[in-house]
Ligand binder design. Structure first.
Ligand SMILES: Cc1cc2nc3c(=O)[nH]c(=O)nc-3n(C[C@H](O)[C@H](O)[C@H](O)COP(=O)(O)O)c2cc1C
Length: 344
């Protein structure tokens, strides 16, 4: 298959330009304004994502203060991913996204977590064409914003059902579909099925974005070659290496982002400072720990950092532990002044 490389690969979603066609994956506890701003410093993301937002809760969040909804103007375009089981839950949340000047609404059809499935949302919706279609069509009627869907491959490898499902999304007005190339029950140990993402691509005319285990430019190139999909969504690989988007953009889409050798302690510190700007202590401590789980993989003994920061009881303790780790792991690091790391 021919990959859609180069300048002509930009996508247009209801007039909204996505260039390059690279998306940060929605990830609970991780896809928030601080991390999106880190991605911005390197470049390469064509469309940003929030983490999944429970539609039921959204109307009671304050868009300026909520840790989930907060954004800066530069994080644009931004897709708000909504988790809902019924139109009654979904429609008020769509109004909130419109009020927050969101550019895209994405509906989660892939989350395999049992509590989400029990309430009828996420991957549970893929089991019933009727429920999913009722939900998606109600959203299409309710908003003029770009409307997208994120799915997994389903319960089992079933071409008939999957084709029906993605065709339903297309005929219900979806502007784009992201496919995480695993079945609902499959863990990350198994490679994603890029050939199945390719099948989805062949069944619909709207853009299909492929997702799953892209950790390098080579992974991205292979994914595009096998599936012929229209763009890539990257989660864990870009939490560990937030500059990955700029590498993918340069190598796969002919962009010219500055090639930088990232200063890892400096990047960690910048992320921490952005958390301080955006979140209260407990909110930011959780988000620092979640990020550290991935970022620490940049170091040979990074699991020590993840465990040490993960066990911290306060923000200052976490930052001190991170600083101690960098002192042992990075000869160029001279420590940081903890009193400037930030207080509420
Ligand atoms: C910690 C974590 C949180 C996630 N949260 C979400 C979420 O909120 N919404 C969603 O659609 N997928 C979620 N996912 C799935 C990712 O968006 C993505 O589909 C998956 O991680 C595969 O991409 P990757 O291999 O590039 O990480 C999450 C995954 C992880 C590991």
């Amino acid at each position: 298959m021919v990959s859609p490389l180069g300048e002509g690969a930009a996508l247009s979603l209801r007039g909204l330009k996505v260039d390059p066609p690279l998306f940060n994956a929605p990830m609970a506890g991780l896809s928030h304004t601080a991390l999106r701003q880190i991605f911005l410093t390197f470049g390469g993301v064509g469309c940003f994502f929030t983490e999944m937002l429970a539609a039921k809760r959204l109307p009671s969040e304050n868009p300026k203060r909520s840790a989930l909804v907060k954004r800066t103007e530069a994080e644009r375009p931004l897709a708000y991913q909504l988790l809902a089981a019924t139109p009654e839950e979904l429609l008020p949340a769509i109004k909130v996204v419109e009020g927050a000047n969101g550019e895209v609404i994405d509906i989660n059809f892939g989350c395999p977590a049992p509590p989400i499935r029990r309430m009828g949302g996420g991957s549970k919706l893929m089991e019933s064409l009727e429920n999913a279609s009722r939900l998606f069509r109600s959203a299409r009627k309710a908003t003029e914003l770009a409307l997208t869907a994120k799915i997994r491959l389903g319960e089992e490898l079933d071409e008939v059902h999957l084709k029906e499902f993605v065709s339903m999304l297309e005929s219900s007005g979806a502007d784009l579909i992201t496919v995480h190339g695993r079945l609902r029950t499959e863990g990350y140990g198994r490679p994603p099925r890029w050939d199945w993402i390719g099948k989805v691509k062949s069944w619909v005319k709207i853009p299909v974005i492929g997702n799953g285990s892209i950790f390098s430019v080579d992974d991205g190139r292979r994914a595009l070659d096998v599936s012929g999909c229209d763009g890539l969504m990257v989660g864990r690989g870009a939490i560990t290496r937030p500059w990955l988007f700029s590498e993918l953009a340069n190598e796969l889409y002919g962009k010219n982002y500055e090639r930088v050798a990232p200063n890892l302690p400096g990047l960690y510190r910048r992320y921490a400072d952005l958390l301080v700007e955006s979140f209260k202590e407990q909110q930011r401590l959780i988000r620092l720990k979640a990020f550290t789980q991935y970022f620490s993989k940049n170091f040979p003994f990074g699991h020590n950092m993840a465990m040490s920061v993960g066990g911290a009881k306060s923000w200052d303790e976490a930052m001190k532990r991170a600083g101690d780790f960098f002192l042992s792991a990075d000869p160029s690091f001279k420590g940081w002044a903890l009193d400037t790391v930030g207080e509420d």
